[in-house]
Write a protein that binds this ligand. Structure first.
Ligand code: AMP
Length: 503
């Protein structure tokens, strides 16, 4: 009999009546009904040509149906390929070219627009509330049982694209085994049990809301309180029914600005978890002062799942991402992969059953990011203290994290440099109260060119997802450079660090 993540989900369900999802309007969906619907969806996907190992690309709004589509793919051995809902048709074309999905499930409202950009793709649709669309409608008449495919822990479960430093996104191939081992470790580390209700306000196209939140809850046979998005009113309304919340730091800074956040409204909660971007020690302290809860910060990435976590029982240290999770080895290394001494700053490298299988179609890139002994080079710089806690001190990869979403400057710079009148550009993240970092573009104009911030933003609008659009475009006479001619982004970051504070 095959063993895979879906099988583990099935065997974790405590009983036939157990709820899998609860919604803001009070509606609930039991595990057994979600699994039956997943079987129906799997039939529809198979009927449209999907076979085990085929990629199923999905760009759909968050809804019960969208989450069940993920389960359907796991169940049938299709490789689930979620895409950020903000991606434009031009951006989607790259993923389709690269991953060659057998099917593309999109939001009903976007079908025409996307199909025009992707002429040779087979589409199915889901409406934004998950109640209609061709996938949902065709599934109504499909059987509730799906024959078990021979899918094991070594098989691919998902391809999740990360933004590439060189502008090209890389598809991280994650196996059933990768996802299962990580979810199992986290379930134990965070003491998830059947009684838990997770307040889920994260997007489901990213590792955090998809794998961390969903897989951990399901392996515990617990329940997800599914909110369509993060919105403080909805969060405060749902909070009394929840026991655990997961969020990006932006969630916590926004909740801190709300007068409803206090010890009374959070007393019943068991745990608040933060990750995907650095949590300021200040936020950690303010949260504790306001609620009495100590935020638990963890660290991971698309390619590796979660690597470290502050402890459930034991000190949760502000400014630290905690201790290696069980089964995950972590070292701080120099550029040759030699482990450094405790307290030294270097590259964070990880090894374990959680580490992805490689980048889709990119064997050289994959090889370049692993050492021969199997350690993956994360691109994050950090240190391990005498207490064993890991601290992240910077990012080797020049990444900007805004509202928990990653933006690689190179992609935006390439577009800016192509605009008429632009001599050169540099894009950096600057401290921003709400988003953590605000994407900021610095431009040097060609002689005589008359460019304005508004015109630049307008020309980027249709080419970039909203979260990647610069919040500000500033004009300089020249970019600061070092003696080797490299642009010194650190100088820009320092000089303009108060840009958004002033605003
Ligand atoms: P993603 O693949 O989108 O999850 O982004 C992974 C990157 O987010 C990591 O390589 C880190 O740079 C960053 N990251 C994730 N969690 C944390 C954290 N707790 N503190 C600081 N950076 C983090």
């Amino acid at each position: 009999m095959s063993d895979n993540l879906f099988k583990r989900f099935e065997s974790a369900v405590p009983g036939p009546e157990t709820d899998f999802l609860r919604l803001a309007d009070g509606a609930a969906l039991r595990y057994q009904d979600a699994f039956a619907t997943a079987a129906r969806y799997a039939h529809v996907l198979a009927r449209h040509g999907a076979r085990p190992g085929d990629r199923v690309a999905v760009q759909a709004e968050k809804s019960p149906a969208a989450l069940i589509l993920y389960l359907a793919c796991l169940r049938a051995g299709f490789v689930y390929l979620p895409l950020n809902t903000a991606y434009t048709p031009a951006e989607l074309a790259y993923f389709v070219r690269d991953a060659e999905p057998r099917l593309f499930v999109c939001s009903t409202k976007n079908r025409e627009k996307i199909a025009a950009a992707l002429p040779r793709v087979t589409f199915l649709t889901i409406s934004d509330d998950g109640r209609s669309g061709s996938l949902v409608e065709e599934a109504a008449a499909a059987p509730e049982q799906f024959p078990d495919p021979q899918i094991g822990m070594e098989d691919l479960a998902s391809i999740l694209y990360t933004s590439g430093t060189t502008g090209r996104s890389k598809g991280a191939m994650l196996t059933h085994g990768n996802l299962t081992s990580n979810a199992q470790s986290l379930k134990q580390a965070w003491a998830f049990s059947q009684g838990d209700v997770l307040l889920h306000a994260l997007p489901i196209f990213h590792i955090h809301g998809l794998f961390v939140a969903t897989n951990v809850t399901m392996l515990a046979g617990a329940c997800i309180l599914l909110l369509p998005r993060f919105e403080p009113d909805a969060v405060f309304q749902a909070l009394p029914q929840a026991t655990v919340m997961m969020g990006v730091p932006t969630f916590y800074t926004r909740l801190l600005k709300d007068s409803r956040l206090n010890q009374d409204t959070t007393r019943h909660m068991r745990l608040f978890i933060s990750g995907s971007a650095p949590l300021l020690p200040e936020t950690h302290q303010q949260w504790q002062a306001r609620t009495g809860h100590v935020l638990l910060e963890r660290y991971g990435m698309t390619e590796t799942g979660m690597n470290t976590s502050n402890p459930y029982v034991g000190p949760r240290i502000a400014g630290s991402v905690g201790l290696p999770l069980p089964g995950v080895e972590i070292r701080i290394a120099d550029s040759d992969g030699n482990a450094l001494a405790k307290g030294d700053i270097g590259m964070i490298e990880v090894r374990g059953p959680n580490i992805f299988k490689g980048y889709w179609n990119m064997p050289e890139k994959t090889a370049a990011e692993f050492h021969k002994d199997g350690f993956f080079i994360t691109g994050d710089l950090g240190t391990i203290g005498a207490d064993g806690y890991v601290r992240i001190v910077g990012r080797g990869k020049d990444l900007i994290i805004t509202g928990g979403l990653n933006v690689y400057p190179k992609e935006i710079e390439s577009l800016l440099d192509e605009l008429p009148g632009v001599e050169e550009s540099a894009v950096v993240g600057l401290p921003h109260d709400d988003f953590g970092e605000g994407v900021t573009a610095f431009l040097v104009c060609k002689d005589g060119a008359q460019l304005t911030e508004g015109a630049i933003l307008e020309s980027l609008q249709d080419r970039l997802a909203r979260f990647k659009l610069p919040k500000r475009v500033l004009f300089l006479d020249a970019l600061p450079r070092n003696s080797m001619g490299k642009v010194q982004k650190s100088v820009l970051r320092e000089e303009y660090q108060a840009l958004y504070q002033q605003a």
